[in-house]
Design a protein. Structure first.
Length: 414
């Protein structure tokens, strides 16, 4: 079967890899000059399989006014005359109910643990270099109430297969000595030994190389997808400025562009871009970057050591604007200096921002559509790297008419 994948981020490339490995003829289209150049380029680098609880939680509601109005808030909202933004926000508020959030966490954790097993298989079976390391993750809490709530969440996730442990301040610094400057401020931490780190962009580039060189996939860059053409209830071709690309099946994995492509087909996706920021900080001799993956829960900032670089990432801007705000990058640099003053050469840090396509509930949209040969794999939000292998394998199974490993119903288009 000839399958056309639309989108060259980590989701699209992982989908192309699994389809090509299954023996399909695969063509991937992307408007950029290479793969992984948008939301996948410089994300946080954490493969956080046990930290997939959605942003839409009841606990976020009381803090929303402060989060949205404070200039240095980790979550920032700028209202626009944009129907999509307001539809997304109202659906987000509806998803902030306890029973919905618990069910979403269960679904996401099931998918993330499946994705972890697939990534571990991939690393074992294939030759891929992406600064991958199984180094565990330590989430730090300054607020006692937040730490106690995290321990309750830990107990809930333990029943779903997640293995974590609560640590006091001294145990946190014993595990990761670079945390010592923060010890007097800490209430405690949650350590998850099963978490990994890796460079998402390098992973995407390496997987594209494998899909092309080992399994015969074709990658067509500089190819702006203008529309999907329909004939007799099926997708006949993807129209680009270079001409039409015909195929037997199509997978939409195009991030926010998925909305534009699917709207004319009456396939309505409720996605909105949640903009995040990162710094890539060089680590030289004399620096003391954390070896364990660290998350500062109070500031919502993550730290991942990727070879000789420290990736610092955080923040959520619900603004709709694709442009990076230099004040947000300055804030991220200041918070990193305060947390890990010897973590790297912050003066040479490279700043980046990316728009992550998210659903209100936090669950990706996977699987079939009303068109028999059109499939969806989009909406992973900030969890794209973490959920990529699992999402792609499930969609590939559906296209091959194999029973998928997980129940697909929680991830179908609403």
């Amino acid at each position: 079967m000839h399958v056309c994948v639309l989108g060259g981020g980590v989701i699209g490339v992982t989908t192309a890899y699994y389809l090509a490995r299954d023996g399909h003829r695969v063509t991937l289209l992307d408007r950029r000059e290479g793969v992984g150049l948008e939301a996948s380029f410089a994300n946080g680098g954490q493969l956080s399989y046990s930290y997939v609880a959605p942003l839409a939680q009841p606990s976020i509601l009381p803090s929303l006014p402060g989060l949205l109005l404070m200039r240095d808030s980790a979550l920032r909202f700028a209202p626009r005359l944009d129907c999509l933004q307001w539809r997304w926000l109202f659906a987000f508020l509806r998803a902030c109910r306890k029973e919905v959030a618990s069910q979403t966490t269960t679904h996401l954790l099931t998918l993330s643990l499946y994705s972890r097993s697939l990534l571990h298989d991939l690393v074992r079976e294939e030759s891929v270099e992406f600064d991958y390391k199984r180094n565990g993750k330590l989430v730090l809490f300054r607020d006692r109430g937040a730490f106690e709530q995290a321990q309750r969440q830990m107990e809930f996730q333990a029943a779903l297969g997640s293995e974590q442990q609560a640590l006091g301040p001294m145990a946190c610094t014993a595990l990761e000595p670079a945390v010592e400057p923060l010890r007097s401020e800490l209430a405690g931490g949650i350590y998850t030994p099963s978490e990994d780190v890796g460079d998402c962009h390098q992973f995407t580039v390496e997987l594209a190389r494998l899909a092309r060189d080992k399994y015969g996939a074709e990658f067509v860059y500089g190819s702006q997808i203008q529309q999907l053409q329909v004939s007799n209830g099926r997708i006949a071709a993807a129209r680009t400025q270079r001409g039409d690309v015909e195929a037997d099946a199509f997978v939409v994995a195009a991030g926010m562009s998925s909305v534009r492509l699917l709207d004319p087909l009456a396939v309505k996706l409720l996605l909105y871009p949640l903009k995040g920021y990162s710094l890539t900080v060089p680590i030289d001799s004399g620096h003391d970057a954390p070896s364990v993956s660290v998350t500062d829960s109070d500031n919502k900032v993550v730290y991942a050591k990727l070879g000789d670089r420290l990736r610092v990432a955080g923040m959520i801007d619900i603004t709709g604007s694709p442009n990076a705000d230099p004040r947000r990058l300055d804030l991220l640099r200041r918070q990193a200096r305060e947390a890990f003053p010897r973590g790297g050469d912050y003066n040479r840090a490279q700043g980046w921002s990316g728009q992550r396509p998210a659903t209100p509930s936090g669950k990706p949209v996977l699987g079939s559509t009303p068109y028999s040969n059109l499939w969806l794999n989009t909406g992973q939000g900030a969890l794209g790297f973490t959920l990529a292998c699992g999402s792609a394998r499930l969609v590939a199974d559906c296209i091959a008419q194999r029973p998928p490993a997980l129940d697909m119903s929680p991830f179908r288009q609403a």
